[in-house]
Design a protein around this ligand. Sequence first.
Ligand code: NAD
Length: 260
Amino acid sequence: MNAQFLRGKRAIVTGSNSGIGLGIAEALAGAGAEVVINSFTDSAEDHALAARLAESHGVAVRYIQADMSRPDQCRGLVEQAGGCDILVNNAGIQHVARIEEFPAEKWDAIIAINLSSAFHTSAAALAGMYAKGWGRVINIASAHGLTASPYKSAYVAAKHGVVGLSKTTALEAAGKGVTCNAICPGYVLTPIVEKQIPDQMKTHNMDRETVIREVMLSRQPSGEFATTGQVGGTAVFLCSDAADQITGTTISVDGGWTAM
Ligand code: NAD
């Protein structure tokens, strides 16, 4: 594979000013793609991050602010970018609570950001990909798109939805040079996971190290967190010619979680 094989392709990565999205943006830029990074904020740091990525990889990188909880802004992101060849739906949030105590507004926000945004961005991006006869839609689901955990009802429902949406997108795109797949990471130590640790400590009445070892990584037989670079590398692979016939499926990056 030519190291710069994505030269001439434009990628949009939603929710990419930190964590896995940033790792994917770095990996795609490293493979030569023009990249649009995104979040709901619009700070000097966001734009500085785009400039840093552009400089370190020698590609064009823009930061476009858009709130993925808002359908119009999801579609507006794709329009403002000028369409894309590679769409990575990554933005996501989490909330951990028993169903009886789960705030309705948290349920709505998780479904909107983690699931519905991928529908709206895809709706705006697919026609341009079909017209070019090449495209990649990569949805970041989760091991929780394939299995469940207690206290994560909205997240598990949204991620199972992302897997289903990916299959339908793949069927509609089949034969048009466009693939769609879902990457299912296990635990990756990013801000979304850091923020869960206090809630998990409270729910399980455990200290931080015990929660990491006995609650989080107990599901991951490798006993190690996956890294943002490994998820980024998987996204780059899905953009390669070798992945032309990989569509409508899931790729786990979970240290063996879903083998159990
Ligand atoms: P993170 O909190 O570091 O990143 C989430 C990103 O989404 C951030 O850039 C944030 O700014 C952005 N975001 C949040 N709300 C948004 C909104 N309304 N509009 C636009 N952007 C918004 O977390 P992460 O771990 O990097 O998570 C990225 C994705 O990977 C999520 O979909 C998450 O569910 C998924 N995932 C994470 C793990 C893990 O262990 N970290 C495992 C499986 C799947």
